[in-house]
Design a protein around this ligand. Structure first.
Ligand code: NAP
Length: 296
């Protein structure tokens, strides 16, 4: 017999890749929530969510969607949080848990806390899982299997609320870690946001090349460029919002990266083979470390 559901009524605000995956895993397991409510902004997405049938209730009015829910998860781009919160805050149930899936955490606390009703527990969360696809069709129940979820509750947050969110992610198949929001934002700036910035840039640089060279780049892309194009195929709104809402950490990592890239460029210019070999060896050992941790 499955365990008792953690939540009676779980409301997802935003049901694209992440919200759609949470709904699917909740539906598949039965021990995360008794009822899954889904709200999304555009009528065409609402209609598609109804067709896909992974939520018990599909609600077009966000205020009605959150009413009576004991857990609400924001799964919209982080730049939309303040506006969404202004709409839902007056309707959140006292004692409810408010959590999210956003890729930045300092901005989430900044945007949600001022409007947080008394008695509602904010537990910010970031599942370190995703693909370059978006929208409700892109979701799947196994997305979070074996992936980390980082929680960044502020000191003094109700431990029972934090534990419910942690248990939800464990039941979705994830490993849960906690840290403060500033540390989270630095870590993701280097492991995720900077790599995306580089991928968008390198694709732009290739696109700027003369017609003939650009054609050859696309033809022979398999030699490394292709991996950048996969990352660069990500959603525009989501990545614009991430860059704008993790600005300090991203700029700091970009500055460090630029220095290191210049150093490697200098070694290439002056034929410093030892320096170049050392950089390649460090890259290889980081890759081995990821494989050992089963995160490759
Ligand atoms: P997605 O597939 O594009 O879905 C976004 C959802 O948010 C849709 O339901 C969309 O509704 C809604 N939405 C978009 N803009 C909105 C706005 N301005 N106001 C209200 N609703 C809006 O995105 P996702 O990949 O699931 O990402 C959701 C969140 O998870 C983001 O904060 C992202 O940073 C985070 N995240 C993403 C990944 C990833 O790899 N994709 C990984 C970890 C965390 P309509 O379609 O109805 O407009």
């Amino acid at each position: 017999m499955p365990d008792q559901p953690i939540f009676e009524r779980l409301c997802l605000i935003g049901v694209g890749l992440i919200g759609g995956s949470i709904a699917r895993v909740a539906r598949a397991r039965g021990d995360i929530a008794r009822t899954v409510v889904a709200h999304t902004r555009r009528p065409e997405t609402l209609a598609r969510v109804r067709e896909l049938g992974f939520a018990d209730v599909v609600e077009e009015d966000p205020a009605k969607a959150v009413a009576g829910a004991d857990a609400v998860i924001l799964c919209v781009p982080v730049g939309a949080y303040a506006g969404v919160m202004a709409t839902i805050a007056p309707h959140l149930k006292p004692g409810a848990v408010l959590t999210d899936a956003g890729s930045t955490k300092g901005s989430v606390i900044r945007d949600l806390t001022p409007l947080l009703p008394k008695g509602v527990h904010l537990v910010p969360a970031h599942p370190m899982a995703g693909t370059e696809h978006s929208g409700p069709d892109a979701g799947f129940a196994e997305l979070f299997h074996g992936r980390y979820v980082i929680l960044t509750p502020e000191p003094g947050t109700d431990p029972a609320a934090v534990e419910k969110v942690a248990e939800m992610w464990r039941r979705a198949g994830s490993m849960v870690e906690s840290m403060d929001a500033a540390t989270h934002d630095k870590v993701v700036a280097i492991v995720s946001h900077l790599p995306h910035l580089i991928a968008f840039t390198i694709c732009g640089t290739a696109d700027d090349l003369a017609e003939e060279t650009r054609e050859a780049v696309l033809k022979f892309a398999a030699s490394g460029f292709r991996d950048f194009t996969r990352i660069a195929a990500s959603d525009v709104d989501m990545w614009r919002d991430i860059f704008l809402n993790n600005r300090e950490a991203l700029l700091e990592m970009l500055a460090r990266f630029s220095e290191d890239a210049h150093a490697l460029g200098r070694a290439v210019r002056w034929g410093e083979a030892g320096f170049i070999e050392d950089r390649i060896r460090r890259g290889r050992s980081i890759r081995r470390g990821l494989i050992e941790r089963k995160q490759a």
